[in-house]
Design a protein around this ligand. Sequence first.
Ligand code: GLN
Length: 304
Amino acid sequence: MQRWLEDIHARARTRLGRGRVADYIPALARQDPARLGIAVYTNAGERYVAGDAETPFSIQSIAKVLLLTLALRTHGEALWQRVGLNPSGMPFNSLALLEAERGKPRNPFINAGAIAVADCLVSAFVTPDKHLRDVARRLAGNASILIDDEVLASEWQHRARNAAAAYLMKAFGNLDNEVDEVLRTYFSCCALAMSCRDLAIALSFLASDGHARGPGERFVSPGLTRRINAIMTTCGMYDAAGDFAYRVGLPAKSGVGGGIVAVVPGRMTVCAWSPALDDSGNSVAAQHALELFAEELDPPPPDA
Ligand code: GLN
C-alpha cells in the first residue's frame, strides 16, 4: 500500500500547475499550489501517507460533513424541513435558487445549506464551534487541531455573499438565531486546520458503519452513515458531483482549501490535498489522485 500510494502521489504531481488557489478568502490565497498530500486510513487501523499528508490546511467545506453529522444527531429527520436533499447544479455559493425556493437551501453541502445546519447547532450547543472542534479532535485522535484565527478573520471580512444567503434565509424564517452568530459558527468550522492524515482518520466512521477510530466507539448508526455517504455522492463536489461520481465512484467532500475526503465503504477513507482548484472549486491534483486511487482499488480483470 505504501509504495502504491507513493506511486499515485508521483503520478498526481503531474497535475500541479493547473488550476488556481482560492483567493476570494485572502488568507487562503497564500497557500503554496505545489503542495500535494495523500493519506489513507483503513478499517483495520492502518495508516499510510505520501507527500504533504501531515501538513495542516484549511478544511473549509469538508467541515460541512461534520456539521451535518452533528445536526443529524441533535435534530434527526426534522433537519430536512430546513434544508433539502438534492444536488443544486449550481456553484457552492450561488444564491440563485434560494429566493425561488423560499429560503430552503437545496442541500447541506452548498454554503446556504451548511449555514442553515450551523443555525441548528447554534440552537443546540452553547459553543457549537468549539464543540465541533472537540469532536474533530476526538475523531482524529489529535488534540492539537485548531481553528485558524487568520482564516476565520479573512472569511468574516469577506462574508458578503454568505451573509446575503443567511439574511435571505432569515427573511424567509429559516434561521432561528442571529445572522452574525450563525455566520461566525459556520466560518469557525470551515477555518479548522487539519492534515490529510487527520481527516482520513476523523471521517473513517463513514467507512466503518459509523464506528469511530478504534474498535467499539459507535459515533453514528449504520443507517445514518449510509445516508451521509449518499449525500456526499450526490452533492459533495457541488456542480461537478456527477463528473466526479463517474470518474471516481466514491462518496466524497471537497473544500476550497484544496482538500477532498473520499470514502470506500467497508474498507477505508482517503484524503488528498493540493491547493489549486478548478472552476467548480475542487482541487485539480487531489481529484486526479483520487481518480488514480479508485482505479487501483479494483482488482485487475482476470486474463482472457
Ligand atoms: N468557507 C467557504 C465559503 O463559505 C467554504 C466554501 C468551500 O469550501 N467550497 O465560501
